[in-house]
Design a protein around this ligand. Sequence first.
Ligand code: MN
Length: 221
Amino acid sequence: MATSLLILMLFLLPVAKPDSDPVQDFCVPDTGSSPVELTKLSTYPCKNPANVTAGDFVFSGILSPGNFSPETGFAGISVTPVQFPGLNTLGMSFARADFQPGGVNPPHYHPRATETALVLSGRVYSGFVDSTGRVHAKVIEKGEVMVFPRGMIHFQLNLGKSMATIYGSFNSQNPGLVRIPVTVFGSGIRDKVLEKAFGLTKDELEKLKNRFEPKGLIIDD
Ligand code: MN
């Protein structure tokens, strides 16, 4: 009895599932002349394999850094099937991240993917915080890789005197990106909540809100 209960419980445990397994070698979406939309990916037919070329599986959009944010000294380029249709149905995506000296990739998480981050150049203080509140952080150098488990808040800081570059890889074609500062201070959460939660005065909160201008949809009035 106890054994069967244990087996039943094992089946009921929440399991983090990767993206669905593909049912064909690949599925380059056939979108006609319209640009690929991430939420519509599953509605496009696959290109006829006879019309697929090697170029469909090559992406040249991370040859150079993206646009640097003046506040953070960080530039990120996320590559999903929207930018690189050949990735569609393969359960993966990737990113290029560049850091000016002192540049920071602010704390963020990916709700649907674990990330591995390979340092291509530079010295990067890199880490994540687990669900017990413990930080796992270390300076990693060229050729080293850090893993950020799915859903865990993580961050990177360039400690070197020159630029740093990271290649990040995700085990989902749509990892999602939740940036902590803008999510907390730029989403339009009512002031009282933030003042009380973070022990901030009105002025302190105002300063933070100005830095992280509301970009989200404010539905509270
Ligand atoms: Mn990340």
